[in-house]
Ligand binder design. Sequence first.
Ligand SMILES: *Cc1c(COP(=O)(O)O)cnc(C)c1O
Length: 346
Amino acid sequence: MPDNAQQFASDNYSGICPEAWQAMAEANQGHQRAYGDDDWTARAADHFRSLFETDCDVFFAFNGTAANSLALASLCQSYHSVICSETAHVETDECGAPEFFSNGSKLLTARSEQGKLTPASIREIALKRKDIHFPKPRVVTLTQATEVGTVYRPEEIQAISQTCDELSLNLHMDGARFSNACAFLGCTPAELTWKAGVDVLCFGGTKNGMAVGEAILFFNRELAEDFDYRCKQAGQLASKMRYLSAPWVGILQDDAWLHYANHANHCAKLLAKLVQDVPGVSLMFPVEANGVFLQMSEPAIAALTTRGWRFYTFIGAGGARFMCSWDTEEARVRQLAADIRQVMKT
Ligand SMILES: *Cc1c(COP(=O)(O)O)cnc(C)c1O
């Protein structure tokens, strides 16, 4: 297998989509004002406002860890706490950055079902302690689509938001794969965010065809106060901002973001379908977005690795995660499925 063959370890193994690349090339003409005062950044922000059908405040960061951490920090004080699922990226994959950038706001992990928080699991944590010795819950963060490839329905988000209102909690959404969630549900971005009560969304670009970059959208604009300073202090204000913002124009203007997310989801469905009758293989979670989580034998996982396939196995013994991307080729999905079938025979 060549070194640059398509893999399924993560959707960030893929390169840059033509629309993003083209927009970067167009942005690479002449001089433009720096630090986000350029035309491309204004255009990208306008595209977000029209896509989300609301006058939100828009910021750009280099990656998801920064976007999540800075957004969460802006929603609470250092003595507050953030409720997240036990599988949340902010908890397991951000090296303590949310705590670091908030100067110590503690993450409290709640029970989740198929990667999702529920009003009950949020209540359980939020109401556990009310005394001065415990960090006061102030934020709930959801991941859409979740880390295990499931997708919150609008009514699930609304129910969580109602719980947040009752408990005076702000609602943040880690949307590293927000596009895949929109594609799966066929909902508008507005229906899955501010219309359902989300205060702030971190909208991922990297995993859906961009080189780098996440957008941070504040629907509750009061919470965005001084957020520009927060980004600058954290080293997240790009001086040549146009190269972070132009690719967003590229993928938003003709709905490439949705088209690619649909494609990635479709490939995941295809993979799941092709292996569904393989003896000994079972789906660990419903396939809703662009990930497929398979329970397979340990020897089969080892044999698949020997054949050159790259994938993550961080989900307990015998679990393998396969992520599809904007450019995943169906032929490659079929090869993978055929190899899974082969190795399960050994
Ligand atoms: C990839 C990902 C992020 C962002 O990760 P970075 O590597 O910091 O860009 C955030 N949340 C989830 C759920 C992710 O999968």
